[in-house]
Design a protein around this ligand. Structure first.
Ligand code: FEO
Length: 170
């Protein structure tokens, strides 16, 4: 059984994960509008991945017999700028999520709640991978600058992603 305070924090994080899903769904729609269908597909898988993250928190709260308290999900932006800016916004979002997860880890340690700390370590490791993947995509987009052919090649590569658990381009 976890403390009420920790359950409240994990419920909040569950909501942040759903917001992440919503944000990536909006980014997917935006990329479709720009005819970057590979990027749209990549963000759609990211949307599914974030739902899995939310479900992981949900399952943990259920296992711990904690109260589930679902909150409203904030409305995401609709427009994100260029393809580069869209991925830069995705990276900034993931960096913010990493900070939140680290803060949660600090709280778990303070409460000597090792079960929750273990759960959070999985997320912290996941964040390292997510940030690295998005950073790599940003580097590649920067490399081609605004060259249309280069952007189409990157979009094509992004479209090859098939799994909601690995966003790597290769
Ligand atoms: Fe679940 Fe991308 O943070």
């Amino acid at each position: 059984m976890i403390t009420k305070k920790m359950a409240k924090s994990l419920n909040e994080q569950l909501n942040h994960e759903f917001y992440s899903a919503y944000l990536y769904l909006s980014m997917s729609a935006y990329c479709s509008k720009m005819d970057f269908n590979g990027a749209a597909s990549w963000f759609l898988l990211q949307y599914h991945e974030e739902q899995q993250h939310a479900t992981r928190f949900y399952n943990y709260l259920v296992e711990q017999d904690a109260t589930i308290s679902l909150q409203s999900i904030d409305k995401p932006e609709k427009k994100f700028g260029s393809l580069l800016e869209t991925f830069q916004k995705s990276l900034a979002h993931e960096q913010m999520m990493t900070r939140k997860l680290n803060e949660l880890g600090d709280k778990a340690l303070k409460e000597k709640d090792h079960a929750t700390y273990n759960l959070l370590q999985w997320f912290v490791n996941e964040q390292v991978e997510e940030e690295a993947t998005v950073s790599e995509i940003i580097s590649k987009i920067k490399l081609v600058q605004n060259d249309g052919y280069g952007l189409l090649m990157i979009d094509n590569e992004l479209g090859k992603r098939t799994s909601a658990t690995s966003g790597a381009m290769n």
